[in-house]
Write a protein that binds this ligand. Structure first.
Ligand code: FPP
Length: 236
């Protein structure tokens, strides 16, 4: 089995899982935390260097306020309950996304988890939170535009590498594999620039039911794909 260097995961289907069981949608998100732990554990055991999970999109603000607040609380809960274990497992955590519109308490917790895990050298766990691919590209364009105006950059300096290094994911390799659970077959603004050559695997399982078997199924699908990056297959 080929192990991807970087896997991105859209954890979809929490709401449907809960509603099908007569529960509140928020209970699905709570259950989703357990699947997130299973995923992180798989990534460590299968030696995946980079894992990025989509946990709150910049479009999710359109959901009812109570659900948005619940997901915000979940990030705090996840950090508070799992930080010691993440440190013990040598996991480095980064939170990717817009910070400006987050409440101060959340900014503090984000700074804490990033700071406490900064020197860890094992799995790189990126939590995309208040993240949107288009928002990320627009933010990068603003920063590049400002550098042009300030004379720090010339037009000819604008290269693909410069754009990559201006995104929230600066310094991280592009994802090789994007997994989405929940049955929908779209990328929904996740890693728009970075996933140009990623293999897409859609799993017919609701996120709270995700486990190692599904992880292996995604890796097997990935391993069976031929990646050519716009070139042709080489014959040796
Ligand atoms: C999508 O399911 C899921 C989310 C918007 C939240 C994902 C959050 C977690 C898995 C918990 C971990 C969270 C953090 C912050 C670490 P959905 O609600 O769109 O499901 P549906 O498509 O069935 O409605």
């Amino acid at each position: 089995m080929t192990i991807p260097t970087h896997i991105g995961v859209t954890m979809d289907g929490n709401g449907r899982w809960a509603l099908a069981r007569g529960k509140q949608r928020t209970e699905g998100h709570l259950e989703g935390i357990k699947s997130l732990r299973k995923l992180v554990d798989c990534a460590i055991r299968y030696k995946v260097p980079y894992l990025t999970v989509f946990s709150f999109s910049s479009e999710n603000w359109r959901r009812p306020k109570s659900e948005v607040e619940f997901i915000f609380k979940l990030l705090k809960k996840f950090v508070n309950s799992d930080l010691d274990k993440l440190i013990e497992n040598n996991v480095r955590v980064r939170i990717l996304g817009g910070r400006d519109d987050l409440e101060p308490a959340l900014k503090t917790i984000i700074a804490k988890v990033e700071e406490k895990t900064r020197s860890n050298t094992g799995l790189n766990l990126n939590v995309a939170f208040n993240y949107g691919g288009r928002l990320e590209i627009a933010t990068a364009m603003k920063n590049i535009g400002q550098d042009l105006l300030d004379g720090k950059l010339k037009i000819c300096d604008i290269t693909e590498d410069l754009v990559s290094s201006s995104l929230f994911t600066a310094g991280l390799p592009d994802p090789d594999l994007l997994i989405r659970t929940g049955g929908e077959q779209r990328t929904s603004n996740f890693l728009v620039w970075q996933a140009a050559y990623a293999e897409l695997v859609f799993l017919d399982v609701l996120w709270p039911q995700f486990d190692e078997n599904w992880f292996v199924e995604a890796l097997e699908k990935f391993s069976s794909r031929q990646r050519r990056f716009g070139g042709i297959e080489t014959v040796t």
